[in-house]
Design a protein around this ligand. Structure first.
Ligand code: HEC
Length: 141
């Protein structure tokens, strides 16, 4: 009887601990990249993979508007950023310097949409998103 109770209790604790340590929609930046890669392959049958060099140049270049991605996330994404308009501090963009980056799919989707619209007046393609993330994953702390 006691034994059974203990087993149930232990199982309950394991479940609770699991819920606390792994929020329902958490992902690693590598998983985020894998999901962008599957979008890229779907969008373009000639998809040939991502490039950190292309991602870096996309990130640092203006695309017809006032800002590049680096205007707010800085030329060195392992350091603190600063919002180009409001001056608000933005935590480092590179996952090596900020463990929260690219771990919440809804946050990633929301900000890609908003920031790409600001910088390009359109959404970023899966190719562009994947190139940028591939670049960010090469940035050391
Ligand atoms: C005008 C300022 C600004 C510009 C320009 C900008 N961003 Fe951002 N970005 C932000 C802010 C503010 C946040 C949300 C605060 C935070 O996450 O620290 C953010 C967050 C993000 C996130 C969420 C990442 C995560 O998981 O935490 C992504 C993805 C992103 N930006 C991509 C881009 C890309 C790609 C570009 C260039 C096309 C870009 N941003 C340009 C201000 C900017």
């Amino acid at each position: 009887m006691f034994r059974e109770f203990n087993v149930t209790l232990v199982l309950a604790l394991v479940v609770v601990a699991g819920l606390i340590s792994a929020p329902a929609f958490a992902q690693t930046p590598e998983e985020a990249l894998a999901s962008i890669q599957s979008d890229a392959a779907k969008a373009n049958s000639g998809f040939k993979g991502f490039s950190a060099a292309r991602g870096e140049s996309f990130f640092k270049t203006k695309h017809g508007n006032e800002w590049s991605c680096a205007s707010c996330h800085t030329e060195n994404p392992s350091t603190l950023g600063k919002h180009a308009k409001t001056g608000k501090v933005i935590r480092p963009f590179a996952p090596s310097a900020n463990a929260e980056r690219f771990t919440d799919p809804s946050k990633v989707a929301k900000w890609f949409k908003r920031n790409c619209n600001d910088v390009l007046d359109r959404l970023c393609t899966p190719q562009e998103k994947g190139d940028v993330l591939t670049y960010l994953l090469t940035v050391k702390k």
